[in-house]
Design a protein around this ligand. Sequence first.
Ligand SMILES: [Zn+2]
Length: 414
Amino acid sequence: MPIRAERLALDIEAIGKCTHAPGAGADRPTFSAAWREARDYCLAEAERAGCQWRVGAAGNVHIRPAGLDWSHRAWLSGSHIDSVPHGGDFDGVVGVVAALEVLRAAHEDGRRDLPLEGIIFAEEEGTTFGLGMLGSRGWAGTLDAAALAALRNRDGKTYWEAGADHGAAAARLAAERLGPGGYAGLIELHIEQGPAMWNRDQRVALVTAIAGRRQYAVALQGVSNHAGSTGMNDRHDALAGAAEVISAVECLPDLLGDHAVATVGRIVAEPNAVNVISARAEFTIDLRAPDDHSLELGDERIRALVAAAAARRGLRVELRQTESLPAVRLDAAVADRVRGAASRLGMAPLPEAVSGALHDAAILAALVPTVMLFVASRDGISHNPAEFSRIDDVAAATRLLAEVVASLPESTTG
Ligand SMILES: [Zn+2]
């Protein structure tokens, strides 16, 4: 199947023109006019390539070759076309157009029953309704119709009200819920959105895990006092205690292994005055790691180091876990098929990566054997109009996708 980089470039350019902020990046909130325009572009291309399509109850768009019945087992591949405000042209879009290009290439080759279903997930980013991955969560059943009905966009419309004109339908959601076994696997192609691959000149990588996340709100309570007349040994300085914790948190990933990251991104000090010892410091901790064991170990260490810093300074601790999302290990068998395809295409050894960001793939992974392919992001910049990936890298990842989905795994056919 001849994958053509120039067609992928045309798709990305055409979808980039569908924006509510011309000249200032991609602005395509789900179910908006620009989003619909981009969706209709993809569907026109799909129809030209001899495909049928339908909109699932959750608002996701499904595309199949006309010769592949909806009841037949298939690979699934796609991503999203909604964007953050002033986003880039590549986030999500490359995964959608890669699947489209494989369908086009198959059609060109006279193949009418390629076992591939393209998918455009609805509302991945989370900026339209205040929560992300709504289409995949709705389909997978981790959000029900009532939960989606409780979410409103900036016009005050619920997910179902906003999606009604685009095929989303609460009444069908439960009946259409994704079950296990219907798909051979999901391969989501996406830009990395970080600098690791670009800095190492890696073009395409196999993603073997999506990092889990723990977040905490921490408050250290000390005693405010005069900065001149209180000796250093007589203090209960909350801000100094926080500083100690922040430094220790920065070193924590060394203990937890590759791909773990920890961040204190927010701090508020009281009374925040030049000549007053700090009475209270409130800050956040964000810990991510590719496996739950590392997250658990990190959790223990965070609690211990906060307690130790507080004890040294006579501070009172308030520590609350505000989020806990498990790590997602992607499917080993599908990963092996991708490695095999890479070696047939002369792309081996394929670099391997962990996704620090969440994707629709993380939601579906519980029900469908899932992997992701990453394409390098220039300087790691994303969610920004300057976002850029090389079209040759997108094409190389698309060739890899085409090689994998050319046939179904033996054990699952018939
Ligand atoms: Zn994305």
